[in-house]
Design a binder for this molecule. Structure first.
Ligand SMILES: [Cu+2]
Length: 60
């Protein structure tokens, strides 16, 4: 269970919607990153982040 607070308002997605024709879930978000830095993101599906569905992005 993820308990960390999102760094930017609107940057979290907790429901991935219904499966696509490829039987995968997807979701889209849009937010404004207002503070420079390097941030982490991860898949909210249980177990996925532990298997590597994570990444980073940098705001300059
Ligand atoms: Cu995932």
């Amino acid at each position: 269970m993820m308990t960390a607070r999102a760094a930017f308002a609107g940057s979290s997605l907790w429901f991935l919607g219904n499966p696509t024709s490829a039987r995968m879930h997807e979701g889209a978000i849009a937010f404004t990153a207002t503070t420079p830095g390097t941030y982490r993101y991860l898949c909210p599906v249980p177990g996925h982040a532990q298997k590597g569905m994570v990444g980073t992005f940098t705001v300059r």
